[in-house]
Design a protein around this ligand. Structure first.
Ligand code: AHG
Ligand code: MN
Ligand code: MN
Length: 335
């Protein structure tokens, strides 16, 4: 990252965003405003999550989302909060959300941006007080402004992201994001209602000794991935799997490690969604010096054909991801 852009720990998110914008002479401030809209929605969702045990917002909502998965009340609440903030902000013309089958038109036809989001990630962990998250990606629309966002605007590959980030609602709440100039993390101070820069210029370790996958499904993993899990055990690595992608990813980003969600018998294309889980985290991990692939292909180069398509995900420390690629390739040669 450019040294001129470095700001001290303790800088507020607002000031950080503003200072970054000043460093780009032609920036219009719209992306800055969009990031502030996301931070505002994050604060509101954080408040709902913290009070979840007290209010009647845990448990199932009684409906299914587009993936046929049961929606939790907080999935629905987070979806509404983020859509509302982005609609009010005015910079976004269209939104892709895990919770909505079709493109959400905000009515802001002059908005230059598209946001893809998983409003609440790790929803199976809501009721049990385990870390959950929000994931987002920002794209510039390719169509002219003045009309609704199009399907083509939404189906851009991950290399075209102009920003991506996540919020982790954990033992503390953090917002981590990139605009393609390194990755920075901000910790929320609830009594002040502000995010403060706490993790400037995050660089992920080149290797690690933690692997994260749902080993309960090991029998139906592809051979190359099974071989990698055996390799991890031979090496004496530790297994860590929370079941909230954001939380597993965040730990590995800071400490070094690998997260794998391969194809399985239950989910032949993997479980995770390209547009608002895999691409967003792939952009962040690459900006932090790590790697994200399907095992054979760079995630950000997959050409999307469907708003909600899934793909296998192998993401984390570069040397660990490359070891997976090596074993997947070796298996393809023998089979
Ligand atoms: P979501 O709550 O947005 O549907 O995502 C759940 C995802 C992800 O967070 C997690 O890593 C994965 O599902 C866990 O799946 P398994 O229970 O199959 O391991
Ligand atoms: Mn998710
Ligand atoms: Mn979700």
């Amino acid at each position: 990252m450019n040294d001129r852009l470095a700001l001290p720990v303790g800088t507020t998110l607002d000031r950080f965003i503003m200072r970054k914008q000043e460093d780009f002479p032609y920036a219009t401030g719209e992306l800055s405003q969009l990031l502030r809209d996301i931070a505002l929605a994050a604060k509101i969702v954080n408040r709902e999550i913290n009070r979840a045990g007290l209010l009647d917002v845990t448990g199932a909502y009684g409906s299914q989302n587009v993936q046929g998965e049961e929606q939790q009340k907080l999935d629905v609440i987070a979806n509404i909060r983020f859509i509302r903030a982005l609609r009010n902000g005015g910079e976004v013309c269209a939104i892709i959300s895990e919770e909505e089958e079709d493109i959400i038109q905000t009515g802001n036809t002059k908005g230059k941006y598209i946001v893809a989001m998983d409003p609440l990630d790790g929803s199976s962990n809501i009721d049990v007080n385990v870390s959950i998250g929000t994931i987002f990606s920002v794209y510039r629309r390719s169509s002219e402004t003045g009309c609704d966002g199009t399907l083509e605007d939404c189906l851009q590959n991950g290399t075209r992201q102009i920003a991506a980030g996540y919020i982790i609602y954990g033992s503390s709440t953090m917002l981590v994001y990139t605009t393609g100039h390194g990755v920075n993390g901000f910790t929320y101070e609830p009594s002040l209602g502000e995010f403060f820069l706490s993790h400037p210029n995050i660089v992920t370790p080149r290797t690690g000794n933690v692997y994260s996958c749902n080993e309960g499904a090991l029998n139906s993993f592809p051979e190359g991935i099974k071989n990698y899990v055996s390799y991890c055990k031979e090496q004496g690595y530790s297994a860590r799997y929370i079941g909230s992608l954001v939380a597993d990813f965040h730990r590995n980003l800071l400490k070094g490690g690998i997260y794998i969600y391969p194809s399985t018998a239950k989910s032949p294309n993997g479980k995770l969604r390209l547009m608002y889980e895999c691409n967003s985290l792939a952009f962040i991990v690459e900006q932090a010096g790590g790697k994200a692939t399907t095992g054979t292909q760079r995630i950000m180069e997959i050409e999307p054909t469907d708003l909600h398509q899934r793909c296998p995900l192998v993401i984390g420390s570069t040397e660990m991801v490359e070891k997976v690629e090596e074993l997947v390739k070796a298996d393809a040669l023998v089979s």
